[in-house]
Every structure is written in structure tokens, then in C-alpha cells.
Design a binder for this molecule. Structure first.
Ligand SMILES: [Zn+2]
Length: 405
């Protein structure tokens, strides 16, 4: 595909940089000798997405012509039209439609889309399917062009029913995040997962209620084709989370690695996620849940005090000190781990009190780790008429835009 649309409201930096930054950067990178991925290339890179958790077997389908070839292990090749087959991890390599292939990695190349049945639903994908033996399990990995991947992320991440500017904003963030993962380990068996641990991706499957079509998602993605956000000339992991509760926070507070772009992730006031029902909340946590979760750290009853002993930007709790046990021992717990232990929506906490039944009531706001883009804020800014580049500059201050291809 050629470049179909205008860049996302091209900031002057792109043009200014393009003239000299790429040759200079390329020279620098080759001088360092370590980086094999040029920042500027002709085609989108192929991204590998792990579909679901590794499993013993799966059912895959193809409606059109397909071929399958061994990539590693014993040689195997097959082809046909129409396919509904069980694939499984076997003692003699991957079993394909009941046949032991001897292969440890198979590549399925469909002419069109392929389907995988997972968790009771059948999802369809573009690109190739890599089947890889991993112990007694099978990894299902979708390898496809980065642009098509991004198109399969945006609706699932920001909401199919949002203003187009929200989906276009999400496209740049999703592309940048995925590209930074790809760039850090291009040869990895997979670069991202298909869930919130990376970005939610469901291939070309769009829910019936969505009200948008795949071609529409492709167009919104193509409007920023190849554009990623950079800091100091390098793409960075564009972290984002659901709701910040009025202020985003810095990366270390949420135990995230800014990967060289710390100044972008210092946290900003957010004036836009107020309409979210998670902007402010009270959450009741049974004291026993906290005790059970902190037991591996040596915390025993009674817990007599919880203190925020380190605060990050925007008042997010970076560290909780727990006073516990008959002698009042203290344990320092990183905020992100305390959040998991207590099962809280976020660590944007204001206070905690003890209810009459002894459980803890946390008063806080937001949902997620609070670093980078606030997605509910993005939805609201898009509704109010802000352009994608304005929204991205708001949540990633100081970052620049670079076109990769
Ligand atoms: Zn917000």
C-alpha cells in the first residue's frame, strides 16, 4: 500500500527533523553497532502477537486457500483450500489436523483471514499464524504488518463507539508502544500479548454493536501511517491507562520503565476524566484479603497501620509502609504491588479508614497505573474537538512525532 493520507496534523518537527535527523541518527546507530532496526524503513515491520495463553491444543480455520510449512524442526508442508483443523502439542512435534509433523515451529499462510477458537469465541485475524512448541504447550502467534495490528487494537483499547479523534489518537499510541517493544527484541518469538499486559487486540473481529467497520478502522489508522512518538530521537513505550483521576503520575511510581523517556512521563494534571464513574471511588477491602496477599512478605495479623511513605507525581502512592504483628514490625511495599495485594483500581489514593466491621475503606480515584495517556481523558478531549496530535502532546509532554515509513 502506498501512503494514502495526510499525516496526522504534521507538527513542524517532523519536516525539520526529516532533513537531517535520519542520516545523523543512522550514522550514530551504526557507530554504536548495536541497533539493527533503522528508524526509517520502506514498509511496516512485522509484529508478532501472542494470542491468548499457550495451550495444549486449538482449533484453527481458514475459509480460502492456505499453506503450512515447517520453520523449525522436522520438515513438513501442506496446502489446501478451506481448513478446520485441530492443532496440538505432541511428543513428535506439532500435530496438524491429527498428523504428527515433527516440526517445532509451523507457519500457516492463509490467502485471507484465519480463525482461532479461544475461550469460547472464534476470532479472525489477518497475516500469518505461527505455531510454536513451548514445552508441552503450543504458542499461537499472529505475525502481521504493524499497521494492520494497530487497526485491530484501537477499538478494543479506546472504545469502538468513541469520537474518531480518540481512535486516531489511540492509533499513534498503540503503534508507538508496539514498535518500541518490537525494536527492543526484533527476533523474539513474540513482541506483544493480545491482552492488557500489552494492548488488547482481537484481529479483525469487531463486535456487532460497534457501529464501525474494519475499513473505517483501517482508514483512521492509515491517517497516521508510520508515525510514532519519539523522545531524544527514539520511540518509547507509550504507556497509557484507563482513568487517571485528575493527575497522571511518573513511571517509577508505577514500577514502569520509561526506557529513556523519563521526562515524558513526569505526570500531568488531567482536566478531562471527571465524567468517568471511576474518577473518584471508595473501595472496601477485607483485612483478611490484604493479610493473605502480604503473607509471603512476612506480614502477619494484626495490621495496625498503613502509611503512604513515598508519593509520586500527582499524589500517587509509590510506597506503602505496613505496620503489623504483635511487636509493630514494619514492611515497605511498592505501590504497584500493594495495589495488586489489596485489589485496588489504582494507587491514586487519598486516605484509608477502618470500617465498623474491621475492613479497610480506601478513598481514591482513577483506574490503572496512571502513567502516560489517560484514556477516558482522551475520549473526552476528542469529544470536545481536540485533534489527535494535541491530545498526545497533552499526555506525553515534550515528545515528538517521527514518521517511520
Ligand atoms: Zn485523566
Amino acid at each position: 500500500m502506498t501512503d494514502v493520507t495526510a499525516p496526522l496534523a504534521p507538527p513542524p518537527t517532523v519536516a525539520r527533523w526529516a532533513r537531517w535527523a535520519f542520516p545523523v541518527l543512522a550514522a550514530l546507530l551504526s557507530a554504536c553497532g548495536g541497533d539493527r532496526i533503522p528508524l526509517s524503513s520502506m514498509a511496516p515491520p512485522l509484529i508478532r502477537v501472542l494470542l491468548g495463553a499457550p495451550r495444549e491444543a486449538a482449533t484453527i480455520g481458514v475459509a480460502d486457500a492456505w499453506e503450512v510449512v515447517s520453520v523449525e524442526g522436522g520438515s513438513y508442508a501442506n496446502r489446501g483450500t478451506n481448513l478446520l483443523a485441530n492443532v496440538a502439542a505432541g511428543p513428535r512435534g506439532i500435530q496438524f489436523a491429527g498428523v504428527p509433523t515433527g516440526a517445532s515451529v509451523l507457519r500457516l499462510r492463509p490467502t485471507g483471514a484465519f480463525t482461532v477458537e479461544m475461550n469460547g469465541e472464534r476470532l479472525a485475524y489477518r497475516g500469518d499464524l505461527l505455531l510454536r512448541l513451548s514445552g508441552a504447550r503450543l504458542q499461537l502467534v499472529n505475525e502481521l504488518d504493524l499497521e494492520r495490528y494497530v487497526s485491530g487494537v484501537i477499538g478494543n483499547e479506546i472504545g469502538f463507539d468513541q469520537a474518531p479523534a480518540a481512535l486516531k489518537t489511540q492509533a499513534v499510541a498503540a503503534r508507538t508502544y508496539a514498535f518500541s517493544r518490537y525494536r527492543s527484541a526484533p527476533e523474539a518469538p513474540y513482541h506483544v500479548t493480545d491482552d492488557t499486559a500489552s494492548q488488547v487486540y482481537k484481529g479483525v473481529s469487531i463486535p456487532a454493536w460497534a457501529g464501525v467497520t474494519l475499513p473505517q478502522l483501517d482508514v483512521w489508522t492509515a491517517e497516521s501511517r508510520g508515525v510514532v512518538m519519539t523522545w531524544d530521537g527514539k520511540p518509547f513505550p507509550t504507556y497509557y491507562s484507563s482513568t487517571c483521576g485528575g493527575h497522571t503520575t511518573d513511571a517509577p511510581t508505577a514500577a514502569l520503565d520509561p526506557m529513556g523517556a523519563a521526562p515524558v512521563f513526569l505526570g500531568v494534571p488531567c482536566a478531562y476524566c471527571g465524567p468517568s464513574k471511576y474518577f473518584q471511588w471508595d473501595e472496601t477491602v477485607p483485612i483478611q484479603r490484604l493479610l493473605d496477599a502480604l503473607k509471603p512478605r512476612g506480614v502477619v495479623a494484626p495490621i495496625t497501620k498503613l502509611e503512604w511513605t513515598k508519593l509520586g507525581r500527582g499524589g500517587w502512592v509509590a510506597e506503602v509502609t505496613v505496620t503489623y504483628g504483635p511487636k509493630g514490625a514494619k514492611k515497605v511495599v511498592p505501590g504497584s504491588q500493594f495495589r495488586t495485594a489489596a485489589g485496588l483500581r489504582s494507587m491514586h489514593l487519598k486516605s484509608v479508614e477502618v470500617a465498623s466491621d474491621g475492613s479497610l475503606v480506601f478513598h481514591g480515584g482513577g483506574w490503572g497505573h496512571g502513567v502516560g495517556m489517560c484514556q477516558v481523558g482522551v475520549q473526552e478531549m476528542a469529544r470536545k474537538g481536540f485533534a489527535p496530535d494535541q491530545i498526545l502532546r497533552y499526555y506525553y509532554p515534550g515528545a515528538e512525532f517521527t514518521r517511520l515509513y
